[in-house]
Design a protein. Structure first.
Length: 210
């Protein structure tokens, strides 16, 4: 099954992607992780992506699509995949269709903006292995230290309050129209994010079978 997860930054798409990943045995293709790897490697595309992300803007389509095309050819994605963070605009969705990539289902994780701002201010990320934690919802065993690799956890620039506001504005202007695009194709299901992650996961898995 080829899936797309939609939702504002901080809605919990990454967490639900992990749940679906275990359930269906397919990889999560997170554009964020792919882009951060390119930024860390200092590639030409990585430097362009960094400038956009630092400004709270979206990374251009040609950068993202180039990275994605290579990724979905890999062996682990042959039985399906979950796209997290792509497409972000209707033109990207059209480009995905033009690539001949069949999307079976689109799941939107909906969380109000004010809750997202609270969530993201507590997010902590390991720059070394990419693991994410939260001071309230998913604290590391040792404060400030990654459970997975033991390196330091940091607040990413794009989780800072002003950047969060900018990213939410960008999401509503550029990404929210995707809901209508996929609704018209009969592929969209909306899951309302719950207080407890497990409750959201239950609704997400039910949406897969719907």
């Amino acid at each position: 099954m080829n899936l797309i997860l939609l939702g504002a930054p901080g809605a919990g798409k990454g967490t639900q992607a992990e749940v679906i990943c275990k359930e269906l045995g397919i990889p999560t293709i997170s554009t964020g992780n792919m882009l951060r790897a390119a930024v860390k490697a200092g590639t030409e595309y990585g430097l362009k992506a960094k400038a956009a992300m630092d400004a709270g803007d979206l990374v251009s389509d040609d950068i993202v699509i180039g990275i994605l095309k290579d990724r979905i050819k890999e062996p682990d994605a042959q039985n399906g995949f979950i796209l997290d963070g792509f497409p972000r605009t209707v033109p990207q969705a059209e480009a995905l269709d033009a690539m001949g990539v069949t999307i079976d289902k689109v799941i939107e994780i909906y969380v109000p903006d004010e809750k997202i701002q609270q969530r993201m201010s507590g997010r902590r990320v390991c720059l070394d292995c990419g693991a994410t934690f939260h001071t309230d919802f998913k604290p590391p065993k040792q404060e400030g230290i990654c459970d997975a690799c033991g390196k330091e956890l940091v607040i990413r620039k794009d989780d800072e309050p002003e950047t969060v506001k900018s990213r939410l504005k960008t999401y509503h202007e550029q990404t929210a129209p995707l809901k209508d695009y996929y609704k018209a194709q009969g592929k969209l299901t909306t899951v309302v994010g719950q207080e407890e992650v497990a409750d959201t996961s239950k609704l997400t898995l039910e949406a897969l079978k719907a």
